[in-house]
Design a protein around this ligand. Sequence first.
Ligand code: AMP
Length: 581
Amino acid sequence: MSPRPLIGIDLGTTNSLVAVFEDGAPRLLLNPHGEELTPSVVGIVDSGEVVVGACARSLALTRPERTVAAFKRWMGEDRSVELGGREFSPPELSSLVLRALREDAEAALGVTIEQAVITVPAYFNQHQREATRRAAQLAGLEVQRIVNEPTAAALTYGFHERQVDQKLLVLDLGGGTFDVTVMEIFEGTLEILSTAGESHLGGEDFTTSLVSHGLSKMGRQLELAELKEPLLVARLREEAEKAKHDIGASEEGTMRLPDTEGCVEDDSERVTVSASEFEEIVAPLVERLRGPTLRALRDADLSPERIGEVLLIGGATRMPVVRRMASELFGRPPRDSVDPDHAVALGAAVQAALVADDRAVDDLVMTDVCPHTLGVEVVKEFGSRQAQGYFLPVLHRNTTVPVSREEIVNTIHDGQTEVIVKVYQGEARKVEENLFLGELAVTDIPRGPAGQEVCLRFTYDLNGLLEVEAFVPATEKKFRTVLRHNAKSLSDAEVAASLRRMQQLKFYPREDLENQRLLAFSSAALKELDRFRRQDLEQKVDMYETSLHLNERGVFDHARQELLRALSALGLPYQEGSDAD
Ligand code: AMP
């Protein structure tokens, strides 16, 4: 193994995965449940401990108010989520998932992990990318590279099929985001031609449509029910999720309608949805998939017939309605060789190998594009009238990166000595509809008539970092800023404070899992024992179970030792990490 493990992380809306590149190939690492997919769910149990992954997802069923999922959708937004009486920002929640993945990878590889390549949807804007970087920082990970999810998927494909020479289109529909990327593979060089997407469209929306459908059968409306009957909605969501999978596998799915407390019984009322009804229910969502797909083709200057292969990634592309949309649009079925769940994490590990110059990938080259237009605010003149707030693009969307471009702007008033360069990201004509990224003050411009030149240079690197430079030819003065700490992300002091807060959390995902295992193991053992031997063990199990909720380390350690000793004495030694059954 290389001295520094090459780690790639797919931080998904619904599930996250971690992969390593070793012995010349990427491979997925398993979590303590022995699974590749770790649910991106965070919960806080009554004792105040943070649980992540499968434990948190189970908790969501009975205590939805103590869990949070799909928070990737809020990355980059200025909001917080209340959980167990504490406030969490979206990067803090993501950091808990990253931390669990990191610990799982460390356990699997037996080494400390400090660096990783992390994937984001191609269509994530600067704020969302920056929030992802912060999440990694809070999880103690240095981000080697932020890579776009479809690019990572294509890297997995390109890694295995270096000899092909063709244009590919990747449709990536995950839990919460949709990305389309057009690329070309030619003699081991993977060139991204264009990318488009929507950051608030994914498989969860298909589930929500089914939930709404179920609620309407109960005479209820989603928004109101979410507020008034959260347990019912949480349970119905589970039912809808199952039904969604069943519709794909067996042409119809059934949801049991829960009561207000979220309970379902054998005789609960049911709603069956056929594949064709489902298609009708989700038609508006499928329609929304077409727009970005066509835009990506237009930006790459290609017609659908010129696409050699269509790759589908992201769990939600398993839905037949999505596959059908792709088949109809491209006139051929999509390619099945890439696993929609695994491709991104494996590609992230290949990217880690590229960053590390691993010999196994020295014949693989990748270029990417910037997904959004980057530019500045300018004033426009209409006759003698000046109007503010217009957007002047400097780097157009889908420009190959790394890239550096110059644009000249001018002062607008006589005697103007300062220009505040305001930088935005987006496609709209007016800056108010675009995303403000930051500003650069250009000062000491010699007094003179309006029209003094200021040369702006934008440099965008593979990590999505934007460097803005300004040069005043009259004074030869240079000004520079790197826009990574933008207005909405945290300052370094805030990061430090956040780190301190996070460290105070009692974060025991692994111990929690381990504790649950021991409980399950001893409960199963009890059933096998005769009355006399059972009594003693039962008392130890009860004590241990109580200690799990007391949140006192001393009491817990003692109860655990006692239980382990009792099990050994009965000839039933428990091995840490062994399975309950
Ligand atoms: P990802 O973020 O890529 O793990 O995708 C998660 C999304 O894929 C969730 O909305 C899942 O409900 C959805 N999904 C996964 N498998 C299937 C399936 N077999 N049928 C329908 N949707 C699925």
